[in-house]
Design a protein around this ligand. Structure first.
Ligand SMILES: Nc1nc2c(ncn2[C@@H]2O[C@H](COP(=O)(O)OP(=O)(O)OP(=O)(O)O)[C@@H](O)[C@H]2O)c(=O)[nH]1
Ligand SMILES: [Mg+2]
Length: 308
């Protein structure tokens, strides 16, 4: 991307043009270096949004919950961006926003931005691209960014690092799972929602999670339960999430600082890796001497040139 078009993109982004946000997120997703200049230019606007990560096993009800969270936030006139990372169910299937509130309602709502991010086989996965997308939504002026990721443990996106509050959604029959998996879940979540409480066994899972948290010296009130079929129960859960965000403000600031610090190294290595791979594909006909290629590569690509 030429520096002229980066400047144009930045200008439209700052003007609040949603197409510029969409374009910028695509650049992040495709790992185009030009998004870095854009992010650097708008980063002074980053920091106002609250970032909620919603993760958990497939079908736990993450999208149904996100759907209701969006509704509650819109009632308070808050602007919300929803990022679905490698979604299992396509948006267009209506899964993200459930059956009751139609996706189309939110599509017509300027205060809601919905976007999926997919790896598309790119090197390094989606962790950085997701963080960049969150920064972009934040800088654009959204009050909340909800990130939905599938997976428990094996997910490549470290939601705890990316979100201010990482919420793990579980279901009542989760209690039947393997013990090791249960321990792993504590590492991911900062709040646990046992969804589908209309089914049997929710209380048992809530108690089990509370015990596990207590044993590891963490507050047991970071566990709640609800059913998306019972909207007030979700409202209650959401307000406890908001309280936790408020209560953890200082820790969240520290976490964001640490995350930004870590990003510098990650951005650098991702860029170098991406360029090295491209260069090797173009320039190495006979793969025999990796040491010599490295020297050749660095001669042809001084570090600074990789970011242009
Ligand atoms: N009984 C019951 N079903 C629910 C509840 N919440 C969601 N569901 C249903 O569970 C199914 C999966 O819900 P989703 O919200 O798509 O779950 P998800 O975690 O986003 O799923 P993936 O994105 O595919 O991983 C849907 O059929 C929902 O209608 C609930 O509280 N109770
Ligand atoms: Mg979903």
């Amino acid at each position: 991307m030429s520096s002229q078009s980066t400047e144009n993109l930045q200008a439209s982004f700052k003007n609040g043009d949603l197409r510029a946000l969409t374009r910028a997120i695509s650049l992040a997703e495709n790992k185009e270096a030009s998004v870095l200049a854009l992010l650097a230019g708008v980063f002074d606007k980053v920091g106002k949004a609250r970032v909620l990560g919603i993760t958990g096993p497939p079908g736990a009800g993450k999208s149904s919950l996100a759907n209701l969270f969006v509704r509650f936030l819109r009632e308070k006139k808050k602007k919300v961006a929803v990022l679905a990372v490698d979604p299992v169910s396509p948006f267009t299937g209506g899964a993200l926003l459930g059956d009751r509130i139609r996706l189309a309602d939110h599509f017509n709502d300027e205060g809601v931005f919905i976007r999926s991010l997919s790896t598309r086989g790119k090197l390094g996965g989606l962790s950085l691209a997701t963080r960049e997308a969150v920064h972009l939504c934040d800088a654009f002026g959204f009050d909340y960014v909800l990130i939905e990721t599938v997976g428990v443990g094996q997910s490549e996106v470290d939601i705890r690092k990316i979100a201010d509050l990482a919420v793990v959604v579980l279901v009542p029959d989760w209690g039947d799972g393997v013990q090791a998996l249960k321990a792993g879940i504590l590492e991911i979540g900062e709040h646990f929602i046992v969804n589908k409480s209309d089914r049997e066994g929710a209380d048992r899972v809530v108690n089990e999670l509370r015990n596990m948290l207590q044993i590891s010296g963490r507050p047991a009130d970071a566990v709640s339960s609800c059913s998306t079929h019972d909207v007030p129960s979700v409202e209650k859960v959401f307000s406890s999430l908001e309280n936790q965000l408020e209560h953890d403000k200082a820790a969240i600031l520290k976490k964001r600082e640490a995350s930004c610090k870590e990003m510098v190294g990650e951005l650098l290595s991702e860029r170098v890796l991406e360029e090295t791979r491209n260069w090797v594909q173009k320039n190495v006909a006979n793969p025999k001497n990796p040491y010599a290629w490295l020297t050749d590569f660095l001669k042809a690509n001084p570090l600074g040139s990789l970011f242009k």
